[in-house]
Design a protein around this ligand. Structure first.
Ligand code: G6P
Length: 611
């Protein structure tokens, strides 16, 4: 969380920093700030959105070709002007932006207070900038050395960029646990938390590794570790196009991303499945396939929507590959001393590839000797670099905070893995494999049909925009879809919603049913269809309101439910990919009608880099 940007070169820094912060606003939007180094350092910061900062600086002197900027998701200290970044050290020598948490900040603060340091904000970041200054002044160190020595004393996570008033033509960037990318231009450098603010200027980037410290001057970059070991910067080429990170005529990124799903799913399986040869080729898993085929157990870890995708993965992998699967929240896994064997395979799922709990769980699984695989969307992010092997989802940048196309892309990868392992282990015959691959390749077209019903979702959303509670029910593969539907509604509309396995309703939630609370039932045809029909009857018998997601032409549920959302018939194994889409759109329209900020829901951030 928190987005950071920096620029050093021959252009005016301010416009680059502001547009970079707008692109990174999905990482946090409690406050924002910018510092420009032009002779001296000028800092402008404001509580609220980047647009509030833009208004605040109107008419002020923002000239200068070196600068840093920050958009904040508050951890230490409430969102206000004082706690906003950048933070400047007590004597004004250093100004710093930071993403992450300095865990030992309170003991460092005490020591600095004993040495007469005073603090204006409640942040851990101000402690760090003062520590750097203290070392700089006391040790007669260079700025770079002061940064390295200070970071050796820090416990925690950081991605940071620092300016020093004494060393005017320089930015210093460092990373541990929080991502930092440096864009390499023509005698200029761009720094950002991810590549999205950089792609419009350059496609050449350097990803910093943990413990790296980069000293960046106009035409020169040197890379070391915090222990002063020289590193060789590796330049990667990124292939994100600018159109992918703009709204392209949609009102919100979330809506654009929902509509992108036919394309993004195609991109996920493009070149990886072959109907003619009944083959699935996941290049990233090629070398580990023998180990994967022999796995005694698979443990899937993730957070939020990625955890829901993992649950679909459990059903798929157990069904087709016949390998026992457990799905765990990464945050629980890492703290509960799990039993992990060397022949276990751990699959970490993450859109951003930066989620702190997932990264920590990966480390734990690696230490226990398991083979650890990643399913990630952001190329070059930390999780793909920390895992032994993996598969990129290739869904393209996802900017809306509520995840949509990343979920369907993750499920697509898990479907391919399950079919491929099922065939390799002899549980899926070539004919069955061929049929499943055909079903998967038909999904983009079927989602197009679901999207064509958008007006209907909008109408139903209008009827339920004032509801205070929703219940989502599903069985089998559709239970995780119910969880995901409920999460989408909570995240962006602030309506309380719960997802439940439909049969479990009888053990509690049935007590909530009345003629006010909408019950969304995902009830497409599979082996539990008759059972879920009974569950709908149980809701109706108690005057409940049922909104049912059904297959086209389903007259049985059509007669029972108050509202139906029709989706094309699919094999039950790929039904989550189609049935989740009406739920995404329903949540979207409800949130818009309630006047909520869909792309930037309150208190949330897209990339959760703190535990
Ligand atoms: C945050 C986001 C969710 C996301 C979750 C896990 O909570 O708001 O949309 O599902 O983090 O993120 P990851 O990047 O690991 O998938």
């Amino acid at each position: 969380m928190c987005g950071i940007v920096g620029y050093i070169g021959h252009k005016q820094a301010f416009p680059i920093l502001i547009s970079g912060l707008k692109r990174l606003e999905y990482r946090g939007y409690d406050s924002s700030g910018i510092s420009i180094l032009n002779g001296d350092i000028k800092t402008f910061k404001r509580k609220g959105k980047v647009s509030d900062l833009e208004d605040f600086v109107k008419g002020k002197d923002i000239e200068g070709c070196i600068g840093i900027g920050h958009t904040r998701w508050a951890t230490h200290g409430e969102p206000n002007d004082v706690n906003a970044h950048p933070h400047t050290s007590m004597n004004g020598y250093f100004t710093l932006i930071h993403n992450g948490i300095i865990e030992n900040y309170s003991s460092l603060k005490k020591k600095l207070e004993q040495r007469s340091y005073t603090f204006k904000s409640e942040t851990d970041t101000e402690v760090l900038v003062n520590l750097i200054e203290y070392i700089y002044l006391k040790g007669n160190a260079s700025a770079e050395m002061a940064v390295r020595l200070a970071l050796q004393k820090v416990v925690g996570a950081y991605g940071l960029v620092i300016m020093c008033g004494d060393e005017k033509d320089k930015l210093i960037a460092a990373r541990k646990g929080s991502p930092l990318v440096i864009g390499v231009g023509d005698d200029e450098y761009y720094i950002a938390s991810d590549a999205t603010p950089i792609v419009q200027y350059t496609k050449s980037v350097i990803y910093l590794n943990d413990d790296d410290v980069a000293v960046i001057q106009r035409g020169e970059l040197s890379l070391k570790t915090i222990r002063n070991d020289k590193q060789t910067p590796v330049i990667h080429q990124i292939n994100i196009e600018i159109g992918e990170i703009e709204k392209n005529g949609f009102d919100h990124f979330m809506l654009k991303e929902i509509y992108e799903q036919p394309r993004s799913i195609l991109d996920t399986f493009r070149g990886r499945i072959s109907l003619e040869r009944t083959a699935i080729h996941l290049g990233g898993l090629f070398e580990v396939m023998p180990q994967l085929i022999q796995a005694k157990r698979i443990v899937i870890i993730g957070c939020g929507t990625s955890w829901h995708a993992g649950m679909v993965g459990e059903y798929l992998l157990e069904e087709f590959a016949r390998i026992p699967v457990e799905v765990e929240y990464a945050s629980e896994f890492r703290y509960r001393n799990p039993v992990i064997y060397k022949d276990d395979v751990v699959i970490a799922i993450s859109q951003s590839g930066e989620t702190a709990d997932t990264l920590a769980a990966i480390k734990q699984a690696k230490d226990a000797g398991a083979l650890v695989l990643g399913i990630c969307n952001v190329v070059g992010s930390s999780i793909p670099r920390e895992t032994h092997a993996g598969v990129y989802t290739h869904a393209g940048p996802e900017i809306g905070v509520a995840s949509t196309k990343a979920f369907t892309a993750q499920v697509t990868v898990l479907t391919m893995m399950a079919i491929s392992l099922g065939m390799a282990r002899g549980f899926v015959t070539p004919e069955h494999g061929k049929q499943l691959i055909a079903e998967l390749s038909a999904i983009p077209e079927k989602i197009e049909k679901v999207l064509a019903n958008n007006e209907k979702y909008k109408q139903i959303a209008g009827l339920f925009r004032f509801a205070t509670n929703f219940l989502y029910l599903g069985r089998g593969y559709l239970f995780p879809v119910a969880l995901e539907g409920a999460l989408k509604l909570k995240e962006i509309s602030y309506i309380h919603a719960e997802g439940y396995p439909a049969a479990e309703m009888k053990h509690g939630p049935i007590a909530l049913i009345d003629n006010k609370m909408p019950v969304v039932v995902i009830a497409t045809r599979d082996q539990t269809y008759e059972k879920i029909v009974s569950n709908i009857q149980e809701v109706k018998a108690r005057s409940g309101i049922v909104i049912a997601v059904v297959n086209e032409g389903d007259e049985v549920i059509g007669k029972m439910a108050d509202f139906v959302l029709e989706v094309p018939l699919t094999d039950f194994a790929v039904a989550p990919l189609v049935t989740v889409v009406p739920l995404q759109l329903l949540s979207y329209h409800i949130a818009v009608l309630r006047g909520c900020n869909v792309d930037q829901p309150r208190n949330l951030a897209k990339s959760v880099t703190v535990e």
